[in-house]
Each structure stands twice: as structure tokens, then as C-alpha cells.
Design a protein around this ligand. Structure first.
Ligand code: MF3
Ligand code: CO
Ligand code: CO
Length: 273
């Protein structure tokens, strides 16, 4: 039992891969557009001196104005509306009263639930001008996501996505984090399949029209190893090297894929101007 018609199964993760209808795609796109619009708005707020808590407050309020709730709020004990991961923080950075400073790079990861559907996306932001090393890492990470997305089409396999990301990142002397992966996303925040950001061409399950999942590579300038801080959430690079991540939610179509979380302002990589 690998693939199932999403309309015929309970709203839970049984390990089967759900295939969604065009109507479901339309619902997902609404949630994803709201998330992308929030990420666009955040680009104006990410400036030296702002606290990550102020960014989190914005994410909560913006959702409220649009009848959406952040999926991370009270998710497995997490109590914030987004994740803010600065410099050597790989993911799941917890917003707090620390201020962003000139030269930081920060990933903001937002998931809204709108009419029951989850829109999950993250981007990197520059806090003022950043080092050339940081720019290079962010560029490599963004391009690795693009290449992963290009490999996401019917007939290809999940491993083709990971392979595309890994070969590109490693050819630029960067490393791929192994401890976190992309995931099915729908009425559930995290569903089957796991989408690894490394792997072998042709391996894993075959991609079929109707699948919806995220691709969200975390790429390090140093070694791939990660550790979790005592707060139980914050993941950092063990060698404290810089790390970056971008995430899109995509749907597999008849001949490729559709990116549901594209920026309505046309933003791609920072700086967003
Ligand atoms: N948004 C993250 C993802 O891309 C998950 C965050 S879960 C949290 O899957 F609890 F840490 F917020
Ligand atoms: Co995700
Ligand atoms: Co996310």
C-alpha cells in the first residue's frame, strides 16, 4: 500500500502516500499563498535591532487577520508561531527577545493552517549587508532547492530530488544536513513521505501526479553534523559553521510540479528589494 486516493482515507499518517485531487490542490494553494505573502511582508521587518519575538508576533497577527493559525503553535510542545534560525542555527530556532544584528543571516519558517490545509515555506533573510561567505552559502542553498524542484516530476523517484540537491551542494564544498527532511504536507503538517535532501538517483518511491510535499534542504558551510540544544528544539551545526535553508511546498502535476509557495512579489533569494 504505497499510494492512496486522499479522499478515501482517514486524516492521519498511515505511512501511505496520499494523492490529491485538483480541488485539493486549489485549497492547498490558498494556504500556501498566505504563507508566501507573510514571508514577503517579513522582508520589510528583518532589520538590525528587531527581536525575533517581534517577527513571531507579526506572523501570529497576520495569520489572525486572514483566518489562519500558525501550525507550529502548540505543536508537540512548541509555543511560537514560526521558527527563526540565525547563523549557525540549522532549524527550529525559537523566537525570543534577542535582537538581530547587522551581518546575521536568518531563516524564517512559517506554516499557516487555512481551512484545514497547511502551507509550509521558509526563506533566508539578510540583516543588513552580510559576508561574502554567507552570500555564497545562501546562493548554493537556494540553487540546491531549485535543482531539487526540477527533479520533482512524475516518473522520477524521491531519490532523484535528494541526489540533485546533494551533488550540487557538495560540488560547491558545502554539506547536506541528514537529521531533518522534507515531508508530505496537506491536512496534516507532517505526513508521508519523508523527502531526503541526499541520496541516489533512481532510488526511493516513484513520484506520481497528485503528491504534495515540501523540499527544504539545510546546507552547511562546514560539516553536516547537528546537535540539539538543551531547550529540546534549537538545532545547531556541531562545528558552529554557518547554515542556510529554503523550503517550498510543491504539488506533482502531469508533467512536472507546481510550486505552491511562490512569492506573490516575485522574491527569490535575498536581498529582497
Ligand atoms: N516548519 C517546520 C518544517 O518545515 C517544522 C517546524 S515544527 C516546530 O517542517 F515545532 F519546530 F515548529
Ligand atoms: Co516543512
Ligand atoms: Co517549514
Amino acid at each position: 500500500m504505497t499510494y492512496v486516493d486522499a479522499s478515501t482515507v482517514p486524516n492521519k499518517n498511515t505511512g501511505a502516500i496520499k494523492l490529491f485531487s485538483p480541488q485539493d490542490f486549489a485549497e492547498m494553494k490558498k494556504a500556501c499563498l498566505l504563507t508566501a505573502t507573510c514571508l514577503d511582508e517579513l522582508s520589510k521587518l528583518v532589520v538590525p535591532g528587531v527581536t525575533t519575538q517581534a517577527l513571531d508576533d507579526f506572523v501570529f497577527q497576520f495569520g489572525k487577520q486572514h483566518n489562519a493559525v500558525p501550525a507550529t503553535l502548540n505543536y508537540r510542545g512548541y509555543t511560537k508561531s514560526c521558527c527563526t534560525s540565525i547563523n549557525h542555527v540549522v532549524c527550529h530556532g525559537i523566537p525570543d527577545n534577542k535582537r538581530l544584528k547587522k551581518g546575521d543571516i536568518v531563516n524564517i519558517d512559517v506554516t499557516y493552517i487555512l481551512d484545514g490545509w497547511h502551507g509550509d515555506s521558509s526563506r533566508m533573510y539578510y540583516v543588513g549587508p552580510v559576508s561574502r561567505a554567507a552570500e555564497r552559502l545562501v546562493e548554493v542553498t537556494y540553487r540546491s532547492l531549485e535543482l531539487g524542484i526540477e527533479a520533482a516530476k512524475p516518473g522520477n523517484h524521491l531519490g532523484d530530488i535528494g541526489y540533485a540537491i546533494q551533488t550540487y551542494a557538495e560540488s560547491h564544498r558545502c554539506s547536506v544536513v541528514r537529521d531533518f527532511c522534507g515531508h508530505g504536507v496537506n491536512k496534516l503538517f507532517h505526513d508521508a513521505p519523508n523527502v531526503l535532501h541526499y541520496g541516489h538517483a533512481g532510488s526511493g518511491v516513484e513520484l506520481k501526479q497528485g503528491m504534495i510535499f515540501t523540499i527544504e534542504p539545510m546546507i552547511n558551510l562546514g560539516k553536516p553534523a547537528v546537535k540539539i540544544l538543551r531547550d529540546g528544539w534549537t538545532a545547531v551545526t556541531r562545528d558552529r559553521s554557518l547554515t542556510a535553508q529554503f523550503e517550498h511546498t510543491i504539488g506533482i502535476t502531469a508533467d512536472g510540479c507546481e510550486i505552491f509557495t511562490l512569492s506573490p512579489s516575485g522574491y527569490t533569494m535575498p536581498p529582497y528589494i
